[in-house]
Design a binder for this molecule. Structure first.
Ligand code: KG4
Ligand code: ZN
Length: 342
C-alpha cells in the first residue's frame, strides 16, 4: 500500500550492460527491481561491447520501466521523482538512461535527480539493513572501481583509498579469461574456486606507494599470467580450481586487510561492502569473520543488489531528492564522473 505522503522514486540504470528500472518507497522499501541483462550477448565477444550495449538499452528500456511500474503496482502518477545514473560508465549506454529519464520527467512534470553510480552501489546497503545510517566505512568493489570510502552522511563521501591500476572486478575478469573460464569472470572464478586450494600457489599481495589504503591488482594479474606461462613451458598441467582459489585469496586478503585497517584507524564501528565483487562468496566470508573478530558491525547487500541494478539508484536518488537535489534538462552523461561531484 502506498499513500499520498510516501515518496516513490523510479530509478533507472543503464551505465554498462544491464538495463534496469525499479520503484522504491521512502528510500528503503523496494517495490520492484527489474533487470534486463545483456550478458549472453557480450559473452560471445569475451567482454562488454559498448555499441551493442547502447543499442540493447534503447530496445529494452521502455519495457523494463513499464514492468517496474507494473510489478510495483503503481502508475507514473504515483511516482514522486525520477532518479537516473548519469555517470560513471559507458557514455553511449549512460545516454540512453539519461535521455529517457529527462523525457519522462519533462512529459510527466516530475522532478529529475541525476545519481552517481557508485553512490548507488553504496546505497544498496540501506535496502536490507534498515538500521544502517552514516557514518560508516564502505569498500566499493566493482568492474570499474575499487574505492575505500568514508560515508560521512547521506550524499557525503570521502575516498580514502583507491586502485592505482585495475579494479578488483577487472582483475577477476582478466584472470578468468586467461584460465579459460570466459566472461563474466567474477562469478565463474567464485564457483570454480570452491573446488580449489587457496594456499596452492603463492601469488603476491601488492603494496603500493604512500597511501596504505590504495590498491593495485595489475601485478597480481601478471603473476597469474606468468605462472600459467611457466607451467606451459615446463609442460605441467594447470589446476584451474587451484589457480582460481589462490588468485581469489590474494585479492580477498588485500581487500580485507586494507578495509579493516581503515576501520580501526578511523575508529569506525560499521563496515559495508558494495559493488559486483561484493557478491563474491569468499570475500563475504572473509569480511564476516574479520568483522566478528574485531567486533565491527558488517553490512553487505544480497548478491542481486551488489551487481548493477536500479533499486540502488532509486535509494541514492531518494536521499539526494530529500536533500533538495534536482537536475535540470541539461543533465548529461558523464563517463568519468567523480564521487561527490555534481
Ligand atoms: O558492480 P558491477 O555489476 O558493475 C560495475 O559497476 O562494474 O560489477 C561487475 C563486476 C565484474 O567485474 C564481475 O566479474 C564482478 O563484478 N563480479 C564478481 C562476482 N560477481 C560479479 N567478482 C567476483 N565474484 C563474484 N561472485
Ligand atoms: Zn556497477
Amino acid at each position: 500500500m502506498t499513500d499520498q505522503k510516501d515518496v516513490l522514486i523510479l530509478g533507472i540504470e543503464s551505465s554498462c550492460d544491464e538495463t534496469a528500472a525499479s520503484v522504491v518507497k521512502n528510500g528503503r522499501e523496494v517495490l520492484s527491481n527489474v533487470i534486463s541483462s545483456q550478458i549472453d550477448l557480450h559473452t560471445l565477444y569475451g567482454g562488454v561491447v559498448p555499441e551493442i550495449a547502447s543499442r540493447k538499452h534503447v530496445e529494452r528500456i521502455n519495457q523494463v520501466i513499464d514492468q517496474a511500474l507494473q510489478e510495483a503496482n503503481v502508475t507514473f502518477d504515483d511516482i514522486t521523482a525520477i532518479a537516473v545514473t548519469y555517470g560513471p560508465g559507458l557514455v553511449g549506454a549512460l545516454l540512453v538512461g539519461v535521455a529517457h529519464a529527462k523525457a519522462l520527467a519533462f512529459a510527466l512534470g516530475k522532478p529529475l535527480v541525476g545519481v552517481h553510480h557508485i553512490e548507488g552501489h553504496i546505497s544498496a546497503n540501506y535496502i536490507e539493513h534498515k538500521e544502517l545510517e552514516p557514518p560508516f566505512a564502505c569498500l566499493v568493489v566493482s568492474g570499474g572501481h575499487t574505492h575505500l570510502v568514508v560515508v560521512k552522511d547521506y550524499g557525503k563521501y570521502e575516498i580514502v583509498g583507491k586502485t592505482c591500476d585495475d579494479a578488483a572486478g577487472e582483475a577477476f575478469d582478466k584472470v578468468a579469461r586467461a584460465i579459460g573460464l570466459g566472461y563474466p569472470g567474477g562469478p565463474k572464478i567464485d564457483r570454480v574456486a570452491k573446488e580449489g586450494n587457496p594456499q596452492a600457489i603463492a601469488f603476491p599481495r601488492a603494496k603500493v606507494g604512500d597511501n596504505v589504503y590504495d590498491f593495485s591488482f595489475s601485478g597480481l594479474k601478471s603473476a597469474v599470467l606468468n605462472y600459467l606461462n611457466s607451467c606451459e613451458m615446463k609442460g605441467e598441467e594447470i589446476n584451474t580450481p587451484d589457480v582460481a582459489a589462490s588468485f581469489q585469496k590474494a585479492v580477498t586478503d588485500v581487500l580485507v586487510d586494507h578495509a579493516m585497517r581503515a576501520v580501526e584507524e578511523y575508529g569506525f564501528t560499521k563496515l559495508a561492502i558494495a559493488g559486483g565483487v561484493a557478491s563474491n562468496s569468499a570475500l563475504r566470508a572473509a569480511f564476516e569473520s574479520a568483522c566478528e573478530e574485531k567486533k565491527i558491525a558488517f553490512y553487505r547487500p544480497s548478491p542481486v543488489y551488489c551487481t548493477d541494478n536500479a533499486a540502488m539508484i532509486a535509494v541514492a536518488g531518494y536521499y539526494e531528492y530529500m536533500a533538495g537535489v534536482r537536475s535540470d534538462y541539461t543533465l548529461n552523461a558523464v563517463p568519468n564522473l567523480k564521487l561527490g561531484e555534481r
